[in-house]
Structures are given as structure tokens and as C-alpha cells.
Design a protein around this ligand. Structure first.
Ligand SMILES: [Zn+2]
Length: 294
């Protein structure tokens, strides 16, 4: 399916950025284009929602499983347990403790930690396997996003979090409106997404793992999120670097670039990316903290 209008500004003039390859299964090239008006990058053409399902079923889609396999997976799991605690601490610094929706909750690690810290939690997750896992591991009943009653949620939430989810949503503006409408005035939206302006993104170019086509439909930079936020009644409160992601994404990128993980090169690139991002909000992935003001 080919987009004729920019998913953020509805501009119709695009330029090609580069082609990049699917890396979680049989290689297949996808084109990334940039909107000439707002400079959003997006995967175009993109598979239909139904076709995308097959890409998510790849064995290599680690965030939905809890098998301990490769070294990279092992590192990912260790880092995740530290990362969920720091995410829960972060939301507590900005948002009033109350009703929290984690949209794209995966197997529920974050939500479980938030519950422990006193949040009234509920989650939405499209993968049935992940929902089952969340139930078995954490006793969490996650919703299928398609069955959420957005009318009923209107104005009721204190906080919504989306950890590496926004780049996957096929109806970007439609969903953003739902998030905005369901928050209370003064409520917060936390969005973590990759940042293609980071040092590691530039270093790996079209081999940068966080492009993750075709699962990632959009490839954001700070200005894109600012525009989305302003269009939907949010104020950008803060932007935080995600230093672990620079290492993790560099490890995956080394594997894509050289066919094998090169821990030393990955560490060097991840470290350099974080050094350059210091004080600049420009790491491999960023957390945007948005407050609903109207
Ligand atoms: Zn645009």
C-alpha cells in the first residue's frame, strides 16, 4: 500500500531517503521516503495491516517472547528489567499517580512494575501470544487494542505510555487523537521512539537496526513529534535520552552490517552515540514527555 499523503502534515511531495532491508527473516527491501514539507520519514510503500501480521510472527521478534537464546537476547532481557524500573520512576516524576494505560504492553513487564508502584494499570496489546504470556507471568489481563472502548475512556486517564509503539501504528493521527481525547487535561503521554538523528543512526545509515522495516512505518526525529504534539493539544515538557538503546541497537546493526555481532564495535559506537547525545537529547532512542494542555 502506497501513501500519497504525509501521515503527519498531509503534504504530497516526497523524496527518497534510501532503501533498507527487512532483517528479522528473509531479506526484502523497503523504501524510506521523507516528506518535503515536515521532513517525517516513513516506509513507503508499506505492507497492508494483514500482511504486517506475518512479519510480526517472525521468531526473531524478541519483545513478544521470553525465551533466552542468543547473547543479544540475554543482554536485552537483563537490560529490560533495569529499564522498566527506570521507566516507572520517570513517569512518577511527571505524572499524577492514577490511571495508567500502557498501549502496546507486550508481555506486561512495565505494567507489572507500575502496578507494584501503586498505579492503577491497564494495558492494550495486539499480540495474542504476548497477552497470554502477560497473564501467565504477571497475572495481567491485557486488552486487544481493537476492543478498547475509546468513548468510555474519554477524559479518564492520568497517563498513557507507549514504549517503542508509535512507530508501529498504521493510523498515526487517528490513534494520536484517541490518546489525546482519553487523557485528562494535565495528563501525560510518554512516547519512546528511535531517533534517526542520533550518531549511531548516522553511523549505520541504511543498516541501522532501528529502521526495522516494514514493522516501523515511521522514522521520527524531534521536530516530527513536536508537530504531532502541538496538533493534538499537547505541550512538550521534556525529552530524555535512552542510553541502553544506543548499545542494543548498535549490536543489532553490527549483525546486519557484517552478518555477525561485533560486541567491541557495537560498544564503541553505542558509547560514542551516548557521549555525543549528552545534554543534547539526541541518543539512539528518545522518550518524549508530553502534557495535555487543552
Ligand atoms: Zn509531512
Amino acid at each position: 500500500m502506497e501513501l500519497k499523503k504525509c501521515p503527519i502534515c498531509e503534504g504530497t511531495q516526497f523524496s527518497d531517503v534510501f532503501k533498507t532491508s527487512y532483517f528479522r527473516g528473509k531479506p526484502e527491501d523497503f523504501l524510506i521516503q521523507e516528506c518535503n514539507n515536515c521532513e517525517l520519514w516513513f516506509t513507503n510503500p508499506r505492507p497492508s495491516d494483514e500482511e504486517l501480521g506475518a512479519y510480526y510472527e517472525s521468531e526473531d521478534y524478541v519483545s513478544h517472547t521470553d525465551k533466552k537464546e542468543t547473547l543479544i537476547d540475554k543482554i536485552y532481557h537483563v537490560v529490560r528489567s533495569k529499564a522498566v524500573k527506570s521507566k516507572v520512576n520517570l513517569i512518577g516524576k511527571y505524572a499524577t499517580k492514577g490511571k495508567l494505560l500502557d498501549f502496546g504492553a507486550g508481555t506486561g513487564f512495565f505494567l507489572n512494575q507500575a502496578k507494584t508502584n501503586g498505579w492503577e494499570v491497564f494495558g492494550a496489546e495486539p499480540s495474542q501470544v504476548a497477552r497470554k504470556n502477560a497473564k501467565e507471568v504477571h497475572g495481567l489481563d491485557l486488552n486487544n487494542p481493537e476492543s478498547l472502548d475509546w468513548e468510555e475512556l474519554k477524559g479518564s486517564l492520568d497517563c498513557i505510555s507507549m514504549w517503542h509503539v508509535l512507530e508501529h501504528l498504521s493510523d498515526l493521527k487517528g490513534d494520536f487523537k484517541k490518546f489525546s481525547d482519553s487523557l485528562k487535561i494535565g495528563g501525560h503521554l510518554f512516547i519512546a521512539v528511535p531517533n534517526h538523528e542520533s550518531f549511531d543512526a548516522k553511523h549505520y545509515g541504511n543498516k541501522w537496526a532501528a529502521l526495522d522495516v516494514p514493522l516501523h512505518l515511521y522514522h521520527f526525529k524531534k521536530d516530527n513529534i513536536k508537530m504531532l504534539a502541538e496538533n493534538f493539544g499537547f505541550e512538550m515538557v521534556d525529552i530524555k535520552n535512552m542510553p541502553f538503546d544506543s548499545y542494543y541497537v548498535s549490536m543489532l546493526s553490527e549483525k546486519i552490517k557484517n552478518g555477525k555481532g561485533n560486541l567491541f564495535s557495537a560498544f564503541k559506537t553505542g558509547f560514542k552515540s551516548n557521549q555525543k547525545a549528552k545534554g543534547q537529547q539526541n541518543a539512539s532512542s528518545l522518550i518524549y514527555i508530553l502534557k495535555k494542555t487543552k
